[in-house]
Design a protein around this ligand. Structure first.
Ligand code: PMP
Ligand code: GLN
Length: 382
């Protein structure tokens, strides 16, 4: 064996892989990794099939198919009153993950500091570390997980190069409000701080609330990478297509990396996505669709011993079990999968220090019958 110095010595296999593998092994209902257990619209698969039959089977443009970039820019500009140029400010990526990775790689230099809010999606910190950056994690606390902006101000220094935000938030379902935006604008003003805004759940916002995209605010838009995912828009997480929005000067650096990282994203799905996006109800209907699921699932969970945390967006519902157990969340998640047949995600996996508030995350992007069956099993706990 050739000695290899690990670039990420302390990074374990992602919790999503671990829990989905466990669910498969023990035959548990998988509410852990976030993906739908129902199919996408047949019209969409037909469009892919048609694109393949019509010969759209070679490389797409490095930056993404023009028709798709046009549709993406039109969507963002209409929804958020932005002025993204399809030629210079939009790049189609292999999922939100690649958009995040490439954005971080494009601008983070060794010793640059990056502020993240934990619990944080598990891709952020390792990517920052790979680039030699320093993660400055700020822990948020349940049940509301609001960002304490006074403390953020203390964390910001001349070394701060990036702030990573995620709204709607995975795993807590919180969303940024106008006050958060106001504080953010104050903090970044006159500083060379780039924002990486993970907005993959942009359309999954409930109770009539509005998603506050960085694209809405010129003073934030001009310094932001926005990561998005068609996996969430189309119920197609396995297609791994997403995109990144950024002003041209940032996108130019992004594309320098993107061209050698993936070069381009698969063509027939881009052809299909461009066509499918013409119908705005595809994404504008998602909030109602998932809100119904959230409401039914919460109703079911309220009959269990778990305590429900708020959920304003995303397709995740977190629950606390401190009232009936002091087991570690990762141990309880494994036990519930094995003994009761429901897989979840222990939220400590989203903290660098493994902070355990005794909270589990369930994904409700599932058929009603799946959620009902899961609730039935969870009712037996305790
Ligand atoms: N960011 C967040 C917060 C996510 O939950 C996910 C996973 N769906 C991603 C990014 C990655 O998206 P994709 O599957 O399109 O790579
Ligand atoms: N975003 C999904 C989740 O939070 C998982 C993505 C993945 O498995 N990499 O569950």
């Amino acid at each position: 064996m050739i000695p290899v110095v690990s670039k990420l010595p302390k990074t374990p296999t992602t919790i999503f892989t671990v829990m989905s593998a466990l669910a498969a092994e023990v035959g548990a209902i998988n509410l852990s990794q976030g993906f739908p257990d129902y199919d996408c619209a047949p019209e969409l698969t037909e469009l892919v099939y048609k694109a393949m039959k019509e010969g759209h089977n070679q490389y797409a443009q490095m930056t993404g198919l023009p028709a798709l970039r046009e549709a993406i820019a039109a969507k963002a500009n209409t929804l958020y009153g932005a002025d993204y140029d399809q030629n210079t400010d939009v790049t189609v990526t292999a999922g939100g993950t690649q958009a995040l990775f490439t954005a971080i790689s494009a601008v983070i230099q060794p010793n640059d500091e990056v502020i993240i809010f934990e619990p944080a999606y598990d891709a952020y910190a390792p990517t920052v570390k790979l680039m030699g950056g320093v993660v400055r994690a700020m822990e948020l606390t349940p049940p509301d997980y609001r960002i304490p902006w006074d403390m953020v101000k203390k964390l910001v220094s001349v070394k701060t190069r990036m702030i990573i935000l995620n709204s709607p938030h995975n795993p807590t379902g919180t969303i940024l409000d106008e006050n958060d935006i106001k504080e953010l604008i104050t903090i970044v003003k006159n500083r060379d701080i780039i924002i990486l805004s993970d907005e993959v759940y942009e359309h999954l916002v409930f109770d009539g609330k509005q998603h506050l995209s960085m694209a809405l605010y010129p003073e934030l838009r001009e310094r932001s990478f926005i990561a998005a995912s068609f996996g969430k828009l189309f119920h197609t997480t396995g297609w791994k297509i997403g995109y990144c929005l950024a002003p041209a000067y940032l996108m130019q650096e992004f594309r320098k990396i993107h061209q050698f990282n993936v070069f381009s994203v698969n063509t027939p799905m881009q052809v299909a996505a461009a066509e499918y996006l013409k119908d705005e109800s595809v994404y504008l209907g998602l909030a109602d669709f998932f809100q119904r699921k959230r409401d039914n699932f919460r109703e079911g969970l309220s009959q269990t011993r778990f305590e429900l945390l708020p959920c304003h967006g995303s397709y995740f519902q977190s629950v606390s079990y401190s009232n009936f157990s002091d087991e570690k969340d990762n141990e309880l998640a494994v036990r519930i999968a094995k003994e009761f047949g429901v897989a979840s995600i222990p939220v400590s996996a989203f903290y660098n220090k493994g902070t355990d508030h005794h909270i589990l995350r369930f994904c409700f992007a599932k058929k009603q019958e799946t959620l009902d069956k899961a609730v039935e099993r969870l009712m037996k706990i305790g």
